[in-house]
Design a protein around this ligand. Structure first.
Ligand SMILES: C[S@@+](CC[C@H](N)C(=O)[O-])C[C@H]1O[C@@H](n2cnc3c(N)ncnc32)[C@H](O)[C@@H]1O
Length: 234
């Protein structure tokens, strides 16, 4: 527990988050623009601030999109929208949909799109896949990484109580994937968070299975990506 709190504290101290928090608490500035790769995204204190881990995942996705020649991408829990927008900016992607359960995040994404108008990018307020109507080549997420309780939408930035969002994605994502589509999740494998084995046991009996796990660990955290595909048997 102590280790986990310490790690959360270190994450809290990322430079972008420190500036956002100072502006909010000291100068009462309600929002700011944060640089992420080639773009600037709007964040408020209620929006997850994209960090080095978000960029690590974006790099993985850019390679995967190029290799697979993916044309469409849905980002679940997009927060500021930084990852999905960077993927759109750096690849041949046609359409991108960014969704989040948090109205603050949706408002931030809409403000960012005023700066980068792109008719191929949609933003939706949705709890998981509830409001999603289309199918995509890639469904991606840097989701909440722990399974602790979440008493408010704000807590859902880091907590997925009982892994409920993950369980719903494992049970429903196949309906929104194109024929060769993949679900790609970025996870924290540090002690107290998750392991691919734990998710494999949750996935038993689900329409999806783990195709491969890739560890991306140049930082003090253990970050890994799970690529999931639809089982042949469904
Ligand atoms: C770890 S943050 C990642 C934000 C962003 N993708 C990034 O990397 O900067 C997780 C995001 O998932 C969102 N979220 C949590 N539960 C959700 C749900 N049930 N449906 C949609 N979004 C959810 C949170 O609001 C938060 O923006």
């Amino acid at each position: 527990m102590l280790t986990r709190s310490y790690k959360s504290f270190r994450a809290f101290l990322s430079p972008a988050r420190a500036i956002a928090t100072m502006k909010w608490h000291i100068w009462k500035m309600p929002a700011l623009w944060v640089s992420f790769r080639n773009i600037e995204v709007h964040v408020t204190p209620g929006t997850a601030v994209p960090n080095r881990a978000s960029s690590l995942f974006a790099s993985f996705l850019v390679s995967m999109i190029r290799e697979r020649k993916a044309r469409s991408l849905l980002e679940i829990g997009a927060g500021s929208g930084a990852i999905g927008l960077a993927c759109k900016d750096e690849t041949q992607l046609g359409g991108v949909t960014l969704l989040d359960i948090s109205p603050c995040a949706v408002e931030s994404m809409q403000k960012t799109l005023l700066r980068y108008p792109d008719s191929a990018v949609d933003v939706i307020l949705s709890d998981g896949l509830n409001e999603v109507k289309k199918a995509y080549d890639l469904i991606v997420s840097n989701p909440p990484h722990g399974d602790a309780p979440a008493h408010t939408i704000y807590h859902r930035r880091g907590n997925d109580p009982g892994w409920s969002l993950h369980r719903r994605l494992f049970g429903e994502a196949h309906r929104h994937l194109t024929a060769e589509g993949r679900l790609v999740l970025f996870e924290n494998g540090s002690p107290g968070y998750s392991t691919p084995e734990m998710f494999a046991s949750i996935l038993e009996g689900s329409p999806l299975e783990i195709e491969r796990v890739v560890y991306l660990t140049p930082t003090e955290y253990i970050w890994y990506v799970m690529v999931l595909r639809v089982r042949d048997s469904i």
